[in-house]
Design a protein around this ligand. Structure first.
Ligand code: NCD
Length: 319
């Protein structure tokens, strides 16, 4: 089956191919009648076993705009709460012959686990614990591509600063893999407890990565500043003395950016905690491309569904 489990498995060509297909789908959402028949007759199950607003809504909208039959299941509405195992839930859903299961799960590796056991259904990872969130990285890359294109640039040769709770963030991991593959320089910024130096070791992300525990030094010279939410639901101990202490030192605002990375743009995957990791003023400013990110998220998910449910079936039949 063709799965999308992580960015780590993708080549540079794969990334550009997703971005190209996504670009073609942006226009569909701008039409009066926002629907194309590309996935007519296909069934997509969105299985969200962890909270989500934008990822879940945009996968559902993407499926519907492509004419797929989409159904949405959330943790509290499934038999998981009655004690059914995750594998039994997956196999039950597979028996209804969906073309794809879009899975969000609190445990790292859940998407790989599902892909290993499902024989006739493709798995699309919509975020697994602290591991990966591939469609988020693709929509971030698409947002950057469209932004830098306006300035006659591409998305290679950039410096990307990722600020905040890197260690618990699947958004950071997927983006790190993407920007490593694109050959970009990556600066990871935050307190030692959330950005340990081991992240830059060969056993982890290795080359092209530097670690910074000072915000100004970390964002200096960055073309892109990616701000992360504090993942309190994934922290089993106090990683910072208090949220107030964290914000005093690492909350990203316009002032520090003006001084150290005046030409940069800011991304945030949402949900943002205003005044914790990013100031409200910065989030609402033109520098922050957050609404473009959400908008492009629909196009990226249309492309991913198309690739999974149509292109790969065609490829298999041709093979
Ligand atoms: C992210 C997630 O759930 O991983 N949100 C999202 O999908 N847009 C980031 C987060 O929760 O902080």
């Amino acid at each position: 089956m063709n799965h999308l489990l992580g960015i780590r498995d993708l080549t540079k060509e794969n990334i550009y191919s997703y971005l190209e297909t996504s670009t073609g789908f942006i226009e569909v959402s701008q039409r009066d009648i926002k629907k194309v028949p590309a996935l007519r007759g296909k069934t997509v199950i969105n299985l969200f076993l962890e909270p989500s607003t934008r990822t879940r809504a945009s996968f559902e909208i993407a499926g519907k705009r492509m004419s797929a039959d989409t159904i949405n299941l959330s943790g509290s509405g499934t038999s998981v709460v009655k004690g059914e195992s995750f594998l039994d839930t997956l196999e039950t859903l597979q028996a209804m012959n969906p073309d794809a299961i879009v899975l969000r799960h609190a445990k790292s590796g859940a998407a790989h686990f599902a892909a290993r056991f499902l024989k006739t259904t493709s798995v699309i990872n919509a975020g697994d614990g602290m591991n990966e969130h591939p469609t988020q990285a693709l929509l971030d890359c698409l947002t950057l591509k469209r932004h830098f294109e306006k300035h006659g640039k591409g998305i290679e040769g950039l410096t990307i600063a990722i600020v905040g709770d890197v260690v618990h963030s699947r958004v950071a991991r997927s983006n790190i893999w993407a920007h490593k593959t694109l050959g970009n320089r990556i600066k990871l910024v935050g307190p030692r407890s959330l950005v340990p130096k081991e992240l830059a070791s060969d056993r982890c992300f290795g080359a092209n990565i530097s670690i910074h525990h000072n915000l100004a030094e970390g964002i200096e010279g960055a073309d892109v500043i990616m701000v992360l939410r504090m993942q309190r639901e994934r922290q089993n101990q106090n990683f910072v003395p208090s949220i107030d202490e964290y914000s005093k030192v690492f909350c990203v605002g316009e002032k520090v950016i003006e001084a150290y990375a005046p030409d940069s743009v800011v991304l945030h995957p949402g949900p943002a905690n205003r005044g914790v990791e990013i100031t409200g003023a910065l989030l609402d400013s033109e520098r922050a491309l957050v609404h473009d990110q959400v908008n492009h998220g629909v196009a990226v998910r249309m492309a991913v569904l198309f690739n999974t449910c149509v292109l790969d079936n065609d490829n298999r039949e041709a093979a």
